[in-house]
Design a protein around this ligand. Structure first.
Ligand code: ADP
Ligand code: MG
Length: 232
Protein backbone atom coordinates (compact mmCIF):
# COMPACT_ATOMS: atom_id res chain seq x y z
CA UNK A 1 0.00 0.00 0.00
CA UNK A 2 1.31 3.42 -0.96
CA UNK A 3 1.75 5.92 1.84
CA UNK A 4 -0.01 8.69 -0.09
CA UNK A 5 -3.80 8.52 0.18
CA UNK A 6 -5.73 8.97 -3.07
CA UNK A 7 -8.77 10.30 -1.23
CA UNK A 8 -8.70 12.53 1.83
CA UNK A 9 -11.93 13.55 3.49
CA UNK A 10 -11.73 15.96 6.41
CA UNK A 11 -14.49 17.25 8.62
CA UNK A 12 -17.15 16.97 5.94
CA UNK A 13 -20.50 18.42 6.92
CA UNK A 14 -23.61 18.63 4.77
CA UNK A 15 -26.92 20.11 5.77
CA UNK A 16 -30.01 19.98 3.57
CA UNK A 17 -32.47 22.77 4.13
CA UNK A 18 -36.00 22.60 2.83
CA UNK A 19 -37.99 25.47 4.26
CA UNK A 20 -37.67 25.64 8.03
CA UNK A 21 -36.56 21.99 8.21
CA UNK A 22 -32.88 21.04 8.41
CA UNK A 23 -31.43 17.60 7.82
CA UNK A 24 -27.82 17.10 8.83
CA UNK A 25 -26.78 14.42 6.33
CA UNK A 26 -23.03 14.36 7.14
CA UNK A 27 -21.53 15.19 10.52
CA UNK A 28 -17.83 15.96 10.40
CA UNK A 29 -16.96 12.91 8.34
CA UNK A 30 -13.25 12.13 7.95
CA UNK A 31 -11.40 9.22 6.36
CA UNK A 32 -8.70 8.38 3.83
CA UNK A 33 -8.57 5.83 1.04
CA UNK A 34 -5.37 4.54 -0.51
CA UNK A 35 -4.48 3.56 -4.07
CA UNK A 36 -5.80 0.11 -4.94
CA UNK A 37 -8.16 -0.13 -1.98
CA UNK A 38 -11.74 -1.32 -2.18
CA UNK A 39 -13.60 0.47 0.58
CA UNK A 40 -17.19 -0.43 1.38
CA UNK A 41 -19.41 2.22 2.92
CA UNK A 42 -22.16 0.47 4.76
CA UNK A 43 -25.27 2.08 6.17
CA UNK A 44 -29.02 1.91 6.11
CA UNK A 45 -31.14 3.84 3.71
CA UNK A 46 -31.02 7.53 4.67
CA UNK A 47 -27.74 7.24 6.60
CA UNK A 48 -25.85 9.57 4.25
CA UNK A 49 -24.04 7.27 1.78
CA UNK A 50 -25.16 9.01 -1.40
CA UNK A 51 -24.54 12.43 0.11
CA UNK A 52 -20.99 11.39 1.04
CA UNK A 53 -20.18 9.93 -2.38
CA UNK A 54 -21.63 13.00 -4.12
CA UNK A 55 -19.33 15.33 -2.19
CA UNK A 56 -16.31 13.12 -2.94
CA UNK A 57 -17.06 12.83 -6.65
CA UNK A 58 -17.68 16.56 -7.02
CA UNK A 59 -21.38 16.22 -7.80
CA UNK A 60 -22.32 18.43 -4.86
CA UNK A 61 -20.65 20.80 -2.40
CA UNK A 62 -20.51 20.42 1.39
CA UNK A 63 -21.26 23.05 4.03
CA UNK A 64 -17.91 22.49 5.74
CA UNK A 65 -14.83 20.35 5.46
CA UNK A 66 -12.80 19.34 2.45
CA UNK A 67 -12.22 16.53 0.00
CA UNK A 68 -8.94 15.93 -1.84
CA UNK A 69 -8.86 13.42 -4.71
CA UNK A 70 -5.57 12.67 -6.45
CA UNK A 71 -4.08 15.86 -5.06
CA UNK A 72 -6.95 18.09 -6.20
CA UNK A 73 -9.07 19.85 -3.63
CA UNK A 74 -12.47 18.90 -5.00
CA UNK A 75 -14.37 21.08 -2.55
CA UNK A 76 -12.76 24.28 -3.79
CA UNK A 77 -12.47 23.55 -7.53
CA UNK A 78 -14.22 25.90 -9.93
CA UNK A 79 -17.03 24.38 -12.00
CA UNK A 80 -14.93 23.78 -15.12
CA UNK A 81 -12.21 21.93 -13.23
CA UNK A 82 -14.90 19.88 -11.51
CA UNK A 83 -16.22 18.82 -14.90
CA UNK A 84 -12.74 17.69 -15.88
CA UNK A 85 -12.33 15.83 -12.59
CA UNK A 86 -15.63 13.98 -13.08
CA UNK A 87 -14.65 13.13 -16.64
CA UNK A 88 -11.02 12.10 -16.17
CA UNK A 89 -10.29 11.21 -12.56
CA UNK A 90 -13.51 9.74 -11.15
CA UNK A 91 -15.63 6.95 -12.63
CA UNK A 92 -19.24 6.70 -11.44
CA UNK A 93 -21.50 3.68 -11.15
CA UNK A 94 -25.09 4.12 -9.99
CA UNK A 95 -27.82 1.80 -8.76
CA UNK A 96 -29.98 2.57 -11.79
CA UNK A 97 -27.13 2.05 -14.32
CA UNK A 98 -27.66 5.40 -16.03
CA UNK A 99 -27.17 4.13 -19.57
CA UNK A 100 -28.43 6.05 -22.58
CA UNK A 101 -31.31 3.92 -23.96
CA UNK A 102 -30.88 4.75 -27.66
CA UNK A 103 -27.17 3.88 -27.67
CA UNK A 104 -25.64 0.41 -27.96
CA UNK A 105 -23.45 -1.02 -25.21
CA UNK A 106 -20.35 -0.01 -27.18
CA UNK A 107 -21.65 3.51 -27.78
CA UNK A 108 -22.51 3.94 -24.11
CA UNK A 109 -18.99 2.94 -23.10
CA UNK A 110 -17.60 5.33 -25.71
CA UNK A 111 -19.43 8.40 -24.40
CA UNK A 112 -16.82 9.50 -21.80
CA UNK A 113 -14.09 9.11 -24.42
CA UNK A 114 -16.04 11.28 -26.86
CA UNK A 115 -16.25 13.92 -24.14
CA UNK A 116 -12.50 13.62 -23.64
CA UNK A 117 -11.96 13.83 -27.43
CA UNK A 118 -10.16 10.51 -27.60
CA UNK A 119 -9.29 9.70 -31.23
CA UNK A 120 -11.82 7.35 -32.87
CA UNK A 121 -9.50 4.41 -33.42
CA UNK A 122 -8.19 4.44 -29.87
CA UNK A 123 -11.72 4.86 -28.59
CA UNK A 124 -13.09 1.89 -30.49
CA UNK A 125 -10.20 -0.28 -29.40
CA UNK A 126 -10.64 0.62 -25.75
CA UNK A 127 -14.42 0.13 -25.93
CA UNK A 128 -13.87 -3.45 -27.12
CA UNK A 129 -11.22 -4.03 -24.49
CA UNK A 130 -13.44 -2.71 -21.70
CA UNK A 131 -16.49 -4.68 -22.79
CA UNK A 132 -14.47 -7.86 -22.90
CA UNK A 133 -13.02 -7.02 -19.48
CA UNK A 134 -16.56 -7.12 -18.10
CA UNK A 135 -17.49 -10.23 -20.10
CA UNK A 136 -19.67 -8.57 -22.74
CA UNK A 137 -17.57 -8.94 -25.88
CA UNK A 138 -20.54 -10.73 -27.50
CA UNK A 139 -22.95 -7.88 -26.76
CA UNK A 140 -21.31 -4.79 -28.24
CA UNK A 141 -24.27 -3.77 -30.39
CA UNK A 142 -27.14 -4.47 -28.01
CA UNK A 143 -29.06 -1.61 -26.50
CA UNK A 144 -29.72 -1.48 -22.76
CA UNK A 145 -33.29 -2.84 -23.10
CA UNK A 146 -31.85 -5.90 -24.84
CA UNK A 147 -29.61 -6.65 -21.85
CA UNK A 148 -30.31 -8.09 -18.41
CA UNK A 149 -29.89 -5.95 -15.29
CA UNK A 150 -26.53 -7.52 -14.50
CA UNK A 151 -25.35 -6.97 -18.08
CA UNK A 152 -26.48 -3.33 -17.95
CA UNK A 153 -24.47 -2.79 -14.81
CA UNK A 154 -21.46 -4.40 -16.51
CA UNK A 155 -21.80 -1.89 -19.34
CA UNK A 156 -22.00 0.92 -16.78
CA UNK A 157 -18.87 -0.38 -15.06
CA UNK A 158 -17.02 -0.58 -18.39
CA UNK A 159 -18.12 3.00 -19.11
CA UNK A 160 -16.95 4.17 -15.68
CA UNK A 161 -13.45 2.94 -16.52
CA UNK A 162 -13.34 4.52 -19.99
CA UNK A 163 -11.03 7.41 -19.20
CA UNK A 164 -8.82 5.41 -16.84
CA UNK A 165 -10.09 6.98 -13.61
CA UNK A 166 -8.04 6.68 -10.47
CA UNK A 167 -11.17 6.57 -8.34
CA UNK A 168 -14.30 4.52 -8.84
CA UNK A 169 -17.37 5.73 -6.95
CA UNK A 170 -20.19 3.19 -6.89
CA UNK A 171 -23.45 4.06 -5.18
CA UNK A 172 -25.33 0.86 -4.36
CA UNK A 173 -24.27 -0.76 -7.64
CA UNK A 174 -26.13 -3.96 -6.78
CA UNK A 175 -29.25 -2.32 -5.39
CA UNK A 176 -31.46 -3.22 -8.36
CA UNK A 177 -30.08 -6.70 -8.90
CA UNK A 178 -30.99 -10.08 -7.44
CA UNK A 179 -28.56 -11.30 -4.81
CA UNK A 180 -26.65 -13.72 -7.06
CA UNK A 181 -26.20 -11.15 -9.84
CA UNK A 182 -25.32 -8.57 -7.21
CA UNK A 183 -22.59 -10.79 -5.90
CA UNK A 184 -21.19 -11.28 -9.41
CA UNK A 185 -21.12 -7.53 -9.96
CA UNK A 186 -19.33 -6.98 -6.66
CA UNK A 187 -16.82 -9.70 -7.58
CA UNK A 188 -16.28 -7.95 -10.90
CA UNK A 189 -15.59 -4.67 -9.11
CA UNK A 190 -13.24 -6.54 -6.77
CA UNK A 191 -11.33 -8.01 -9.75
CA UNK A 192 -11.18 -4.68 -11.60
CA UNK A 193 -9.80 -2.87 -8.57
CA UNK A 194 -6.98 -5.42 -8.60
CA UNK A 195 -6.35 -5.49 -12.35
CA UNK A 196 -6.76 -1.76 -13.05
CA UNK A 197 -5.23 -0.53 -9.80
CA UNK A 198 -8.07 1.91 -9.12
CA UNK A 199 -9.38 2.83 -5.71
CA UNK A 200 -13.07 2.07 -5.24
CA UNK A 201 -15.59 3.49 -2.81
CA UNK A 202 -18.70 1.33 -2.85
CA UNK A 203 -21.83 2.22 -0.91
CA UNK A 204 -24.03 -0.71 -0.05
CA UNK A 205 -26.43 -1.95 2.55
CA UNK A 206 -25.99 -5.49 1.33
CA UNK A 207 -24.25 -7.45 4.07
CA UNK A 208 -23.22 -10.27 1.74
CA UNK A 209 -21.03 -7.95 -0.35
CA UNK A 210 -19.09 -6.51 2.53
CA UNK A 211 -16.69 -9.45 2.77
CA UNK A 212 -15.17 -8.55 -0.62
CA UNK A 213 -13.97 -5.15 0.62
CA UNK A 214 -10.51 -4.37 1.98
CA UNK A 215 -12.03 -2.04 4.53
CA UNK A 216 -15.48 -1.26 5.77
CA UNK A 217 -16.70 2.14 6.88
CA UNK A 218 -19.98 2.30 8.72
CA UNK A 219 -22.21 5.35 8.40
CA UNK A 220 -25.14 5.97 10.66
CA UNK A 221 -27.17 9.18 10.75
CA UNK A 222 -24.33 11.06 9.04
CA UNK A 223 -21.63 9.82 11.42
CA UNK A 224 -18.88 7.69 9.87
CA UNK A 225 -16.69 5.25 11.70
CA UNK A 226 -14.31 2.46 10.78
CA UNK A 227 -16.01 -0.93 11.17
CA UNK A 228 -14.19 -3.95 12.53
CA UNK A 229 -12.13 -5.71 9.87
CA UNK A 230 -13.65 -8.95 8.69
CA UNK A 231 -11.98 -11.93 7.13
CA UNK A 232 -13.60 -13.20 3.96
P1 ADP B 1 -28.41 7.08 1.71
O1 ADP B 1 -27.75 7.22 0.40
O2 ADP B 1 -27.56 6.43 2.76
O3 ADP B 1 -29.75 6.42 1.61
P2 ADP B 1 -28.72 9.96 1.55
O4 ADP B 1 -27.35 10.52 1.49
O5 ADP B 1 -29.47 9.88 0.28
O6 ADP B 1 -28.69 8.54 2.29
O7 ADP B 1 -29.59 10.85 2.56
C1 ADP B 1 -29.12 11.23 3.84
C2 ADP B 1 -30.17 12.13 4.50
O8 ADP B 1 -30.26 13.35 3.78
C3 ADP B 1 -31.56 11.53 4.52
O9 ADP B 1 -32.18 11.95 5.70
C4 ADP B 1 -32.22 12.17 3.32
O10 ADP B 1 -33.61 12.26 3.49
C5 ADP B 1 -31.58 13.55 3.29
N1 ADP B 1 -31.47 14.11 1.92
C6 ADP B 1 -30.78 13.57 0.89
N2 ADP B 1 -30.85 14.35 -0.21
C7 ADP B 1 -31.63 15.41 0.14
C8 ADP B 1 -32.08 16.59 -0.54
N3 ADP B 1 -31.72 16.82 -1.81
N4 ADP B 1 -32.84 17.46 0.14
C9 ADP B 1 -33.19 17.26 1.42
N5 ADP B 1 -32.79 16.18 2.12
C10 ADP B 1 -32.02 15.25 1.51
MG1 MG C 1 -28.27 6.43 -1.44
Amino acid sequence: MSSEPLVVVEGLRKVYRSGPKEVVALREVSFEAYPGELVAIRGRSGSGKTTLLNQIGGLDRPDAGRVVVAGQEVTSLPEEALLALRRDVVGFVFQSFGLIPVLSAAENVGVPMRLARTPVEEREKRVRMLLSLVGLEQHLNQRPYELSGGQRQRVAIARSLANRPRLLVADEPTGQLDSQTGRQIMQLIRALVRSEGVTALVATHDQSLISLADRVLEISDGVLREAALQES
